[in-house]
Ligand binder design. Structure first.
Ligand code: AMP
Length: 547
């Protein structure tokens, strides 16, 4: 019998590197006619297909290389969801250029920081973001060129002739060679708010994105199919639209991109006219849609499943979709650092389903189970694992091939001794393996799916000449889920008004960061070390959350 060493002549399987260009190449080759449908800013519906968009993406690759952009260089995008944005992604990634998606709603100083830290060489922008793109170009020396995601007729006033995406594509052939590089090479960059200091960059690799796509393809995860029509409402600048463009390409699904308008009527129209079967968005978007449907007595006729995540999914949403429209909610938890899917609660396991719809609903309200490819644990303050009894909350830590080990330009790994990443969330895990998020250890507020840094607002507010101390806590809000409340202790003898403080913050933070209210308190609660004790504040302002 041969010894095992006879079989150690290296890997006998094919060296098929896990690079994301394979996804769109597959979609173009095997599902070429399946449509990509975009709604432009002016409301027009524009149709492409995986085959046509793949060719356009290759033209863009050729344009980038001809302009001297090199593998590993970063290109920023300031854009909503549209087919050109998808083409730009694959065009960059196909030749190893890093696609840096940027949230255009951030405050200008933050945006400038992110662009400079990313070292973006070009900015690709929707024409509606032209003023922002031009401001950033003026502030950030790394930006050599702004390209607008439109045709020549759609260029914003003052834009350089030839700076339209379509014109650039027309000047190049669809002949760029894709892939052929190390699967560990970076593919995409996305910044997320840290509790303190500047936003942090999550640098996804080709391998991590491809594996995330395959992780999400599992039946109890997202499981898109070639029979699905997918409406990607979650923005492409937020954790790569949860990876939906990659998943849709892998499945060969029809892919619908809604652009800027996400009000109830606009979303409903797209769902119905395009016969959408699957969609993903934060709870705020779904709440607005369900309210619209109720008020107008409308029904969803094609939608079968919705992924809801980014914040906890309220019971009313699950009931509204299930009872009113027969739509299955996939309640997902994740983070930018996780690519982003961490857990999914969809159809209950048989032992729970057997107990009836109420038991199923109770489980659906939890954040769900890990798919293969993600592992999680909950730990106490000393890093000891806690039991899965559904009652004991602990620090939620995760591990997997699509989870960050460290942030962009940071050397230090953000992992514990067992190689798990601390999510900053607090949760329980029950006997079925279902995670429930119960609290947040990180000092942040999540409003309409986007982060607000309490610490940053506090630091600015504390700079008001009449302020002795300032704190920001989250208060519940029916539409945005959480909104900031500013709590101020004034200096001895000082008096001030709410508007004085709000006026002081104006122009220093993004509009959506502006606290909904300001309250003045006699004495700020302090902990043993003299630090502000937010736990006490949270009990004083009922419903205020972990911030
Ligand atoms: P982001 O990186 O912006 O996607 O935010 C990730 C964070 O959002 C998580 O660490 C949680 O604090 C929160 N989050 C995401 N999904 C959920 C969910 N389903 N329920 C509760 N919190 C969530």
């Amino acid at each position: 019998m041969p010894t095992t060493s006879a079989f150690t002549g290296g890997d006998h399987m094919q060296p098929w590197s896990l690079t994301v260009d394979r996804l769109i190449t597959h979609a173009a080759r095997w599902h070429g006619d399946r449509e990509l449908v975009s709604r432009e800013a002016d409301g027009r519906i524009v149709r492409s297909s995986w085959a046509a968009s793949e060719r356009r993406a290759r033209r863009f690759s050729a344009a980038l290389l001809a302009a001297g952009i090199r593998p590993g260089d970063r290109i920023g995008t300031l854009a909503m969801n549209g087919a050109r944005h998808v083409e730009a992604w694959f065009g960059m990634m196909g030749v190893g250029i890093v696609c840096h998606t940027i949230n255009p709603r951030l405050f200008e100083d933050q945006l400038a920081y992110i662009v400079e830290h990313g070292g973006d060489r070009w900015l690709l922008a929707d024409p509606m973001f032209a003023p922002l793109a031009e401001q950033l170009r003026a502030r950030c020396p790394s930006i050599e060129r702004v390209i607008y995601l439109c045709d020549a007729g759609g260029l914003p006033p003052g834009a350089a002739p030839g700076s339209d995406f379509d014109g650039l594509l027309a000047a190049h052939e669809p002949d760029a060679a894709w892939g052929g590089f190390d699967e560990h090479a970076p593919a995409a960059l996305c910044y997320t708010s840290g509790t303190t200091g500047h936003p942090k960059g999550v640098l996804y690799s080709h391998r991590s994105q491809l594996l995330h796509t395959m992780i999400c393809a599992q039946a109890d995860a997202i499981a898109l199919s070639a029979r699905d029509t997918v409406l990607a409402i979650v923005p492409m600048f937020h954790a790569n639209a949860w990876g939906l463009p990659f998943m849709a390409a892998a499945a060969g699904a029809k892919f619908v991109l809604p652009g800027i308008k996400l009000d109830g009527r606009s979303v409903y129209e797209l769902l119905e006219t395009e016969a959408v079967t699957f969609s993903g968005a934060v709870p705020t978007v779904w709440q607005v849609l369900l309210d619209y449907l109720t008020v107008n007595r409308l029904r969803l006729s094609t939608l079968k499943r919705v992924a809801i995540g980014g914040s906890a999914c309220p019971e009313a949403l699950i009931r509204g979709f299930r009872d009113g429209h027969g739509v299955q909610v996939l309640h997902a938890w994740g983070m930018t650092e996780l690519s982003p899917i961490g857990t999914v609660a969809g159809r209950a396991p048989p032992e729970v389903a057997a107990r009836g719809p109420d038991a199923e609903l109770a489980l659906n309200l939890k954040q769900g189970r890990v798919p293969f490819g993600v592992d999680m644990k909950i730990t106490d303050d000393e890093d000891r694992r806690l039991p899965h009894d559904g009652r004991t909350p602990g620090h939620l830590r995760v591990q997997g091939p699509a989870i960050s080990a460290r942030y962009f330009r940071e050397d230090r790994e953000a992992l514990d001794a067992e190689g798990y990443f601390d999510t900053g969330d607090i949760g329980t895990v029950d006997e079925h393996g279902y995670l429930q998020i119960t609290d947040r250890a990180k000092d942040l507020i999540k409003s309409g799916g986007e982060w607000i840094s309490s610490v940053e607002i506090e630091n600015i507010a504390a700079g008001h000449p009449k302020a002795l101390m300032a704190a920001v806590v989250a208060i519940p809000h029916p539409r945005w889920r959480e909104r900031p409340l500013l709590v101020v202790q004034l200096k001895d003898g000082a008096s001030a008004t709410r508007d004085e403080f709000l006026g002081f913050l104006e122009g220093k933070i993004a509009k959506f960061w502006m606290p909904d209210d300001v309250v003045f308190i006699e004495k700020m609660p302090l902990g043993a070390t003299g630090k502000l004790d937010k736990k006490v504040l949270r009990t004083r302002y009922p419903g205020s959350a972990a911030s």
